[in-house]
Structures are given as C-alpha cells and as structure tokens.
Ligand binder design. Structure first.
Ligand SMILES: [Zn+2]
Ligand SMILES: [Zn+2]
Length: 576
C-alpha cells in the first residue's frame, strides 16, 4: 500500500459521502487529505509509523484511524460498508472524470444507468441533456471523457508513443530546474505496445516543472495538474503523465516506474531475503531503517548484489539470474547495424526514388543498403517484370560506381506463391545480390500447408532471408497459422536469415520468438522494410525487439561488415 492507494481510497470515500448527501465539510476533509497524500514525497507508511498522520492537512483522528487500518490490513471496513449502501452502478460512473458524484447519482436514478457503455449510449442519444441540470455542453464533455477513458485502456504502438514521450522530454530537458528526465514504464522497456505514457523528472522545484509542462506548445489540454504529478493531452490526442521526483530518490523511482511488474516483484523478493526494503523512495535496511541508496538505478541494483541491466531485459525472463552471475548478454545496439537489407523505392510501391533511398542510407552512416522492390506477382505493389529488373540493375551498377565504397545490393522481395514456388525462375533469382522472400497472400491456409509452403521457398538456394515471418499487423491482423519453430529450424539449417521487421505495426518476429530463433541457432536480420526515406529510422524499433530478445551483434546478419556480408551471401562469387 502506497501513497497512491491511500489517496484513491480517500477520494472514493469523499465521492460516496457526497452521494449520500453528508456534511460537505467532512466530504472536503477526505478530498483534501487525499490530495495531500497523493502529492506527498514521503512514504505514507513512514508517516504512519512515526505517528505523524494528523500533521497532514485534512487528516483528523477519524481519518488517521482509517488510514492506519487500511495500511495494516489492506482494507477498510467503513469503506466496504459505504459502498454497499450506495447504489453499485454509481461507483462505475464515477470513473468518468468530471462526472461528479451528484450528477452520477442523478443519471443513475433517472435513467437506471449503471455502466459506462450505457452512459455513452445515453449521451449519444441526447438523453442526458434532457435531465434537469445537465446541459448539452456537459453531455458533449461526458462523451469526450468516455472516449479518453477508452483510449487510456487501449494500447498504443511503440512507434507512436515513443516519439510523443521524446518530444516532451526534449522540450522539458532544457528547463533550468530539470536535472534529469526520462520516459519510464513500458516505453523505456521498448515494448511493442504501450499502455500509459509515463515520464519522470528529477528536480527540487516540482511546481515550476509542472508549470512549464502545462504551458508547452504541444499541450492541447491539461487533464490534471498537481504539485508533483500532472497529465496532459497532446495535440495528437495522446495522454502523457509526468511525475517529478526529488533527485535523491530519482534512481529508485526510475527503477520502480520502469518495471516490469514481474521484474520488480522478483527484485523485492531478493531485497527481503537480504533484510532490505525496496520501494520507489529508495533501498533501506529493515532493521535500522537506514536508507542505503536510491539516487541512481545502478546503486539500487548494486546494493541487491546485481549488475545494472538494460530496461529491455526487465521482464523477469532470466535477466535477474544472469545479472547475479555476471552473465548478462552484451545486447546489440543501433550503432552495430551496418546497413538495411529490405528497402523499397518508387520502382514498386515505395514513394521515394532509388537515388533518394541510397542517399538516405548514406546519411545514416551505413556501409550498404539492399534495394528490394516487390516481384511481379504482387500486382497491387507494381511488382517488377524481368525487363524492369534488368533495367534497375543497370542503374544500381551506375550508382555503385558513384557511391563506392558504399554498396547498393541489388535485391528483391520475392513473393512466395501459394504452392511455395517463387515468382521468378532460378536463373533470374541468381542474378540478384540478395533475395528476400515473403508471403503476401493466401494467409488463410491451414498450418501444415502454409508451413510447408514457406519451407519449400526457403529450400531454394537463392533465398537469403525470410521477411515478416508471421504476417501479423498489430491490432489489425493476426499472423498466419505458421509453425514458426519449424520455419526457424529450417532457416538455421540452410543459412536463411529470419527477419525482425521494424515497421511499428509489424515488429515481426517479436521479442520472444527472436530469442527462440537465437537459441535454435538461426541468424536474424533487422530490416525497416522502408517505403520512404524517413522510415529508415524505424530501425530503432527492430533493434528494440532484438534487445528484448537478448540478441547480440553476432546474431544479426546486417551487423556484419560489407566484406563479411558478401562472403556470407556469395561465398563462391567472393572466392572467384
Ligand atoms: Zn513484404
Ligand atoms: Zn517489403
């Protein structure tokens, strides 16, 4: 039980008391106490132990007793009774921000509404504004709040959430009172989708930081403003929660708010076994109560006898054991990537020219790029005929003379047909510098059939890589029913690289399968599948998947130097 839990409890009590028409002074006392506790830097447990609860504004003897009961037993009989006395549907309606207890109760009583879904329906049908005391404006506001509530429970792609968090970080970090600032939560762990966008700030002047945040130009609406925690809605309609921490506690708070939950539970167990207590405020000796550290994350981990570990690993999937033994992997980094091996141009369905894509790859410091437009079978994507391939080859050769020692590999994203054959004859495929194969149709085939189809394609000696292996689009399309284990084994056996596709809605392979692929001895390739220049930057998302999958530089095809890559792709050509 922490400050947040106690604050929520008191706020809920205040709402219920208000519904029952209790003395407004009492209601206000609960609210005030809740607000103060939410914004208090000190741990409420500590305050209770020291007998200082009544120093908190709004907390008298009666509230202090209730807090103590809640902290020691995890529940409060008074609150449970209160909930039973008030119509149960009303407490659900109270989740809609801005819908005060009085209005919630009125709506409940007049229309028999007990859920948010019913409330939304009634608002859309303009039934609310027919009630006394509810204007049309209020009805619209309720709808907006419901929408926002739903958005909050929906997961956002990392590729959307991360840039939004970084924008806030970049705008605030220049503020003189901001000592440190980081995205926290699942963004910092680079999960493929994100629940809440959390940002932490280290500062001794939280109020000034909150003021600065709320007046940023990207803010569309301030959803909640407190002295240490605020929520804003950006112009892109994303909610971002920003919390200010005292610099002395920043490390333990960053560790705590980065998670994951499972990782933190495992850490707490280690702490308990060592006679220590770990929370967002620091790490403490249980016997003496002395605070041992918490200024930096490294400190927290070291006191627990562990090495600091990259956030991407913090899922309690063996990283704690590895850290204790000093056996953490040396994770691949963006700087290890030497080139992109899956890139489209306006020769097929890309928007930028071959020249532009090459320039963009050069700008990113790469040694090579593979141009892999679609093959003939993919009509919708203007797949290339054999004549067009030869024409493109001539242009690639010219550009290679211009840009050497940078190298453009002339490649193809060849369609795997329904029976596992490929779009071109072997003689044509043999002319490419790199052949990557994909499924773009026939997603509905049964497991055995689609697996056999992919394996047949991989057995073609010209095929170097298998793209977006599951064919999923996050939130839109499940992948096909492929037996990935069999496909990855085949890849490992034949030296066909398995792709981690960096498109934010693909992230395919995902982290768990990437790790499995490494275990099975497969080589992975991290590609952007760019269809325009800017998308080359998506590489960070693919690298994130790889890091979450424990991959190291040696596991990744496009971490090879140009020379080693060519040796690997064409041993015979290189020997000649
Ligand atoms: Zn594709
Ligand atoms: Zn592609």
């Amino acid at each position: 039980m922490g400050n947040r839990d106690v604050a929520d409890l008191l706020e809920n009590i205040a709402n219920l008391l208000e519904i029952r028409g209790e003395n407004p002074y009492r209601v206000r006392a609960y609210r005030e106490a809740g607000r103060h506790i939410a914004n208090m830097a000190e741990d409420i447990n500590k305050v209770a132990e020291a007998g200082r609860l009544q120093d908190i504004p709004g907390v008298g003897e009666s509230i202090a007793n209730k807090i103590r009961e809640f902290l020691t037993t995890g529940r409060l009989a008074y609150y449970e009774d209160l909930k039973r006395q008030v119509a149960p549907g009303v407490s659900q309606l109270l989740e809609v921000p801005g819908l005060g207890p009085r209005k919630a109760q009125e709506i409940n009583r007049a229309l028999g509404i007990t859920s948010i879904a019913e409330l939304e329906k009634a608002a859309r049908e303009h039934k609310l504004s027919k009630l006394p005391g509810i204007r049309e404006k209020t009805e619209q506001k309720i709808l907006r709040e419901i929408e926002r509530l739903q958005q909050r429970t929906r997961r956002i792609l990392l590729g959307v959430a991360l840039p939004a968090a970084e924008e806030v970080v970049n705008l605030l970090k220049v503020h003189p009172q901001v000592q440190r600032i980081d995205p926290a939560g699942s963004i910092r762990r680079m999960k493929e989708t994100i629940g809440d966008i959390d940002v932490l700030v280290a500062s001794t002047k939280p109020v000034e930081v909150m003021d600065a945040l709320c007046s940023l130009r990207i803010v569309k609406e301030v959803l909640a403003k407190g002295t240490t925690k605020s929520s804003i809605l950006t112009r892109a309609n994303l909610q971002i929660d920003v919390r200010v921490i005292h610099p002395d506690e920043y490390g333990s708070a960053l560790q705590y708010f980065t998670g994951s939950k499972d990782h933190n539970i495992a850490l707490r167990d280690i702490a308990i076994r060592k006679g220590l207590k770990l929370n967002e405020y620091g790490i403490f000796d249980v016997k003496t109560g002395r605070r041992l550290g918490g200024e930096t994350e490294e400190q927290v981990y070291h006191i627990l006898g562990l090495r600091w570990m990259p956030p991407e690993l913090r899922e309690n999937r063996g990283e704690i054991e590895a850290a204790a033994k000093g056996k953490l992997p040396k994770l691949i980094e963006i700087g290890d990537i030497r080139g992109d091996l899956h890139v489209h141009t306006d020769w097929s369905d890309g928007t930028d020219s071959l020249d532009d894509m090459v320039e963009a790859a050069l700008e990113r410091g790469y040694e090579y790029v593979a141009i892999t437009d679609h093959s003939i079978g993919l009509g919708v994507a203007r797949g290339l005929s054999v004549e067009r391939i030869r024409e493109q080859r001539r242009i690639v050769d010219q550009l290679n003379r211009k840009y050497a020692p940078f190298m453009i590999l002339h490649g193809i994203e060849v369609n795997i047909r329904g029976d596992g054959t490929l779009d071109y004859d072997d003689e044509v495929l043999a002319e490419f510098d790199i052949v990557t194969a994909s499924i773009h149709s026939g997603f509905g085939q049964p497991r055995e059939k689609i697996t056999a189809r992919i394996i047949r394609a991989m057995q073609n000696p010209n095929v170097d890589a298998f793209n977006h292996p599951r064919g999923r689009l996050i939130g839109k399309r499940e992948g096909y029913a492929v037996d990935l284990e069999a496909v990855i084994r085949e890849g490992a056996k034949r030296g066909v690289a398995i792709e981690i596709n960096s498109q934010p809605d693909r992230m395919d392979l995902d982290d768990v399968w990437a790790r499995r692929a490494k275990e099975l001895g497969a080589t992975l390739v991290i590609d952007t599948d760019s269809h325009s220049k800017g998308q080359l930057d998506f590489i960070r998302y693919g690298v994130a998947v790889a890091r979450r999958g424990w991959l190291e530089r040696s596991d990744v095809l496009n971490a090879l130097s140009l020379k080693d890559l060519l040796k690997r792709l064409h041993p015979a050509r290189m020997a000649a």
